[in-house]
Each structure stands twice: as structure tokens, then as C-alpha cells.
Design a protein. Structure first.
Length: 97
């Protein structure tokens, strides 16, 4: 029997969260607002399945190029190919200058 190759395959370590990460409040992460041309880090929150980007983009930095509903459209380069991702704000963190 062939093994499953689902969306979260091979992510046992990458998509595990700390039990008590300093009492981080998920509501404030959901209510984050970003402007166009902001640089943001993609840090996947494994407890929220909706709006998750593919795990290959975890830790990457992209630029916000638009809004689509509650989500943001990010532009970034994967190797040498330009890609657009649709990501919810729970999985984004503003890059500090």
C-alpha cells in the first residue's frame, strides 16, 4: 500500500507549536492589519488550518500585494519563479526594520 502524501506530510517538526508560547493571543493575530508593500514573514500557526500556505513557504518573507476577503495576497520568489500566495493573517508576522 502506498503511503499518504497529504498537504502536511513530512512536517512533524516544522508544524509543531510550543505548548505555552508566552500566552500568545490568537485573537490579536487574527486582527492584524497590513498595508500594501509591507514585508511579512510567513510563520505557519499549526493550530489554525484555514488559510495555511504550503509548508515549503514556512520561514520565507514576502511582500503584500493585495487583499482577498480576510486574507492577504503575497508575492515572493520560490527559487527563481515568482509566486503568489493567499494567506490568512494568523500565519503572518510583520518584518521589523
Amino acid at each position: 500500500m502506498q503511503r499518504s502524501r497529504g498537504f502536511r506530510s513530512k512536517t512533524r517538526n516544522k508544524l509543531t507549536s510550543v505548548k505555552r508560547p508566552g500566552r500568545s493571543n490568537l485573537i490579536t493575530k487574527k486582527l492584524q492589519k497590513f498595508e500594501e508593500n509591507d514585508l511579512v514573514h510567513i510563520i505557519i500557526d499549526p493550530s489554525v488550518h484555514k488559510g495555511q500556505p504550503h509548508p515549503r513557504f514556512h520561514g520565507k518573507t514576502g511582500k503584500i500585494i493585495g487583499v482577498q476577503g480576510k486574507s492577504y495576497v503575497l508575492g515572493l520568489n520560490d527559487k527563481n519563479k515568482a509566486k503568489e500566495l493567499i494567506v490568512r493573517p494568523e500565519h503572518l508576522k510583520l518584518q521589523s526594520e
